[in-house]
Design a protein around this ligand. Structure first.
Ligand code: SF4
Length: 294
């Protein structure tokens, strides 16, 4: 029997709902925060347009939807869009025991946030809809230096609340030359507070980060230190984690990782049109906010 995928699209789409953000992260790679990126910021999509996008993605077999921004929760309709996405179904095609199968499922939904707009009402909705929460924590004592706000304790409190409510959560940490010295403490605090897993990014120049590259960029030795620390923390904690930004092969070959998953290829381009199903690189933008990143 031949099973055809619904489309050539990959299984995951990252939905950038808004340009707006309540933080001023010095490492932020959003192109609209760079003065000379040439990015043309036009009007954001409205609620009904976003619902049409969600309909179309699910119709095309995209089974994982990650809502982000900017800060997605600054949009008044963010929770409405999360509810709407949760109500949709998608024909998910995947390999099970060596065979391709297709079944109708609700999409997996992720909400990426800096935490500030997350309150009990938001957490109750995430718990009811089984939405996974990813919170940014770029340091403890250096949190304010990186974001402009002193919210590290607030983020740790949300991890504790989410854990108590049964919400799956991820600590999302960008590592720079300014916060590497407390990486072990940062990751440990998040995992102890209840974060289920780690998504770590090494600083890559882009967006607002272009202005501070010389202060934030990691040397090769610092990248190796970052990998070793994260791997050790995850191994001791028995948690899963991966690196979202690629590492040159010649650097990655110098460290032995037991738990942390790290790759040498840009995750946005992995399997570009070469794998047998699901994965493709691409960046589709409506030229209006939002962008849809595969
Ligand atoms: S990194 Fe995230 S939280 Fe920080 S300014 Fe950029 S969009 Fe906002």
């Amino acid at each position: 029997m031949i099973i055809r995928s619904k489309s050539f699209l990959p299984s995951t789409a990252v939905l950038e709902l808004t340009y707006r953000c309540n933080h001023n992260c010095i490492f932020c790679s959003c192109p609209w925060f760079s003065e000379d990126s040439g990015f043309e910021a036009l009007q954001e999509l409205d609620t009904s347009q976003w619902k049409s996008v969600l309909d179309e993605l699910c119709r095309c077999g995209v089974s994982s939807l990650a809502f982000t921004g900017g800060e997605a929760l600054l949009r008044d309709d963010c929770l409405e869009l999360l509810e709407y996405a949760s109500s949709l179904t998608v024909d998910k095609t995947e390999t099970v025991d060596g065979s391709l199968t297709t079944c109708e499922v609700h999409p997996e939904i992720y909400l990426l946030s800096n935490g500030y707009p997350v309150n009990i009402e938001v957490l109750e909705i995430l718990a009811r809809l089984n939405i996974r929460l990813s919170l940014s924590l770029p340091g403890l004592s250096t949190y304010e230096k990186h974001t402009g706000y002193d919210h590290a304790d607030m983020v740790l409190k949300i991890f504790r609340q989410a854990s108590g409510m049964g919400i799956s959560s991820t600590v999302n940490s960008t590592v720079t030359a300014l916060n590497l010295h407390e990486l072990r403490e940062t990751l440990s605090a998040a995992l102890l507070a209840g974060a289920g897993q780690l998504l770590m990014n090494r600083f890559l120049p882009g967006g607002r980060g272009l202005q501070d590259t010389s202060r934030l960029d990691l040397s090769e030795n610092q990248v190796l230190e970052m990998l070793s620390i994260a791997d050790d923390v995850l191994t001791r904690a028995g948690r899963y984690g991966n690196l979202g930004t690629e590492i040159p092969l010649c650097v990655l070959n110098k460290v032995e990782l037991k738990t942390l998953e790290a790759g040498t290829r840009c995750s946005a381009a992995r399997g570009s049109l070469l794998s047998d199903h699901q994965v493709m690189s691409g960046y589709a933008t409506t030229r209006r906010k939002g962008s849809i990143i595969f």
